[in-house]
Write a protein that binds this ligand. Structure first.
Ligand SMILES: Nc1ncnc2c1ncn2[C@@H]1O[C@H](COP(=O)(O)OP(=O)(O)OP(=O)(O)O)[C@@H](O)[C@H]1O
Ligand SMILES: [Mg+2]
Length: 247
């Protein structure tokens, strides 16, 4: 039995708790909060925490099974709380893009929807005050954020995760536009896929129509994010999330 201890961190979409009497694990609690533009836009989205917890548990484990890239998940304690290995998070966000959107269009003046000739892997420094600036391996080395071998591993792992994710979403009638992943170090220095893989950190477009099925619905006021996430849940699990169910 893993009992929730003190809160270690309150993030924008999750809370991290210690585990009583166990210093090698944490409990990640998924909240219903949605934020965008680095926290400037905020709202509560009914059942988002439960939906993201379920999607993350399923998708991250599927990706690890298919690719052999290990992740931090240990046990789903209930519908919003996951027991995870406690990691030292590497402050580098790894982004993979298959289709140009978001900051890739803003920074390089590209049209949203441009299909990229190969999966483009980018790194960002994980820093809210600096607004997650784009970096290369040289910054990670110079500023001590990650070793060269770790950056090389992130690139390799991200490419494999992307291939598994593209296939996964494709069979559900969805194009994977881009996504963000994070990694963390175990006390022994091993790297694990960490944080979450959920529609909060992915761009997903319905095949053919290009209808947005991700957090851009919230960022751009395109509709009700709760309905969008419910639709994704239904596509993945083949049934609806019981309306209003709470953990
Ligand atoms: N296994 C883990 N061990 C320790 N910390 C983790 C682990 N997995 C993820 N984290 C960290 O826990 C936090 C999760 O909270 P949340 O995603 O809500 O944060 P956030 O507000 O998005 O802030 P951030 O920009 O740091 O992600 C993140 O900082 C994430 O890097
Ligand atoms: Mg986060």
């Amino acid at each position: 039995m893993s009992v929730k201890g003190a809160q270690l961190h309150e993030g924008k979409s999750k809370q991290i708790f210690a585990v009583e009497g166990d210093d090698s694990h944490v409990i990640m609690h998924y909240k219903d909060d949605a934020t965008a533009f680095n926290g400037v836009k905020k709202d509560t989205v009914v059942d988002k925490g439960e939906i993201n917890a379920a999607i993350n548990w399923h998708l991250m484990n599927h990706v690890s099974d298919v690719t052999g890239i290990p992740n931090h998940l240990v046990k789903a304690l209930d519908s919003r709380n996951h027991l995870c290995h406690k990691l030292e998070i590497v402050p580098v966000e790894v982004v993979v893009r298959n289709i140009a959107a978001g900051s890739c269009c803003r920074r390089f003046g590209r049209e949203e929807g441009e299909v990229l000739p190969f999966p483009m892997i980018e790194f960002f420094y994980k820093s809210d005050p600096l607004d997650d600036p784009p970096i290369s391996a040289v910054h990670a080395r110079a500023f001590g954020w990650a070793h060269d071998w770790e950056m090389a591993y992130f690139e390799f792992a991200a490419a494999k995760v992307n291939a598994a994710m593209v296939d996964f979403w494709s069979t559900l009638g969805v194009d994977l536009v881009d996504f963000k992943i994070e990694f963390g170090r175990t006390p022994e220095g091993h790297l694990l896929l960490a944080d979450e893989i959920s529609p909060d950190g992915c761009r997903l477009w319905e095949k053919g129509t290009k209808r947005k099925l991700d957090k851009d619905v919230f960022r751009r006021d395109l509709g009700d994010l709760s309905d969008t996430y419910r639709e994704l849940y239904q596509r993945i699990f083949g049934h609806t999330l019981a309306e209003g169910s709470q953990a």
